[in-house]
Design a protein around this ligand. Structure first.
Ligand code: C5P
Length: 396
């Protein structure tokens, strides 16, 4: 992935135990394409050495306001001049207090004061330090000053206590940074989606299902969340992690999926049906494992409800988006499904172009016609679909 390609980030690492996670964060940000320049405070250097960060970022590490390596001795200004953001991770209670008051007594705080780019802060501290009125005052001040806070999360802390104050995990922080640079096209919107295959039980261990990796749906859920939407992902069985900021409701069968969708629907602005819902389910599911007998076995199948069509048929439906995975005649079948299910937008693709893979080739169909998108990695396509969809939504 190269979602941070061309971005220069200054990463401030201050003196908290979570500093060890900053090393992994540098690796992930670099993998996403960012050019990372680490500024280590005196406290940060007590936990992880500059050598580690230099090796992982491929850039010099800065620690000193008076660093003679900078020709004009202006490290405190030059380092952020062409930066897209400063991210402080971990950010101690102390550095947050300094930032809130405009103190500038080391390289990192001076850079923050002299910056003309956004400041992102990932707090990491003991829960009582986090809850302290002074810290909360500083948090409020930083928010009022336009600083973006990522976390903290709740959980077990290095000191053995449990509560709010844990730094977000490096994967989540990297996702948050990627999300920060995305346009907030779905801010204030609630999105409900279906994902993955459904599994229709024949007996306790067997069933019929569809082939679906869930990658497109999960990628789209992630893109919606990064565009600012509140996302509920009703997902059949897939082996994928839940994207940051997405609420997943796990289901197995089409009937369970339908129930979970309708439970999540009130107040939704958008419904996106991406799941490969099984068209049929066994009319009955055996309570115990069916034994092999050598004789022919017939299973009576009964049709499943069409979840998307049912949602689109509500008296006041949300904006409904469908997916059509076809093996031929894409235009005809996709447009046919769009009309039959009364959808303002359908995303069509040929199964041979994308099933299970990391890339896909899709065409969008709406009332204005046919919009082919260039072949692209699924995360890029997800963002393009979000942009198109956002342009069709009624104003809020
Ligand atoms: O299976 P079909 O090609 O009709 O799927 C088209 C769209 O309808 C997809 O968006 C799919 O998620 C949705 N669908 C559904 N419930 C079904 C079948 C399909 O929501 N039972």
């Amino acid at each position: 992935m190269s979602e941070l390609k061309g971005r220069k980030l200054v990463l401030g690492v201050t003196g908290g135990v979570a500093a060890y996670k900053a090393a992994e964060l540098v690796r992930l940000l670099g993998k996403a394409g960012a050019d990372v320049h680490v500024v280590l405070t005196e406290g940060g250097a007590r936990f992880v050495t500059a050598v580690t960060f230099q090796a992982l970022s491929g850039n010099r590490v800065w620690t000193d306001l008076w660093d003679p390596r900078m020709d004009n001795n202006m490290a405190h200004i030059d380092l952020t001049r062409d930066a897209d953001a400063i991210l402080i991770s971990p950010a101690t209670a102390d550095v947050m207090a300094k930032l809130a008051h405009g103190l500038a007594d080391d390289l990192l705080t001076t850079l923050c004061l002299a910056r003309d780019c956004p400041l992102l802060v990932a707090p990491a501290m003991n829960r009582q330090m986090w809850e302290h009125l002074a810290t909360q005052r500083n948090v409020a001040q930083l928010s009022a000053d336009g600083v973006t806070l990522f976390g903290p999360a709740a959980g077990e802390q290095a000191c053995g206590e449990v509560g709010l104050g844990r730094m977000l995990e490096p994967e989540d922080l990297c996702e948050a940074v990627i999300g920060f640079f995305q346009p907030r096209l779905l801010a204030g919107r609630r999105v409900v989606m279906t994902a993955g295959p459904t599994f229709e039980a024949i007996d306790p261990v067997r069933g019929i299902t569809n082939s679906s990796s869930g990658k497109m749906a999960y990628g789209l859920a992630r893109a919606c969340a990064q565009a600012g939407a509140e996302v509920t992902l009703v997902s059949g069985p897939v082996a994928l992690p839940v994207p940051a900021g997405v609420r997943r409701v796990s289901v197995r069968s089409a009937l369970e999926m339908r129930e979970a969708v309708f439970a999540a629907l009130p107040g939704a602005d958008v419904f996106i049906g991406v799941a490969a819902v099984a068209d049929y389910r066994p009319a009955t599911s055996a309570e115990h494992k069916i034994k092999k007998s050598g004789a022919e076995l017939s299973i009576t199948l009964t049709p499943n409800p069409d979840i998307l069509a049912d949602v689109a048929n509500l008296p006041k439906p949300p904006f409904c988006v469908g997916f059509a995975a076809e093996s031929r005649d894409l235009d005809e079948y996709a447009e046919g499904k769009r009309k039959a299910k009364k959808l303002p937008l359908i995303v069509g693709n040929l199964v041979q172009d994308g099933l299970g893979g990391d890339d896909n080739l899709v065409v969008l169909y709406d009332d204005a016609g046919r919009h082919p998108l260039p072949r692209a990695p699924k995360p890029d396509l997800a963002r393009a679909i979000v942009a198109h969809l956002a342009g069709l939504l009624p104003e809020v």
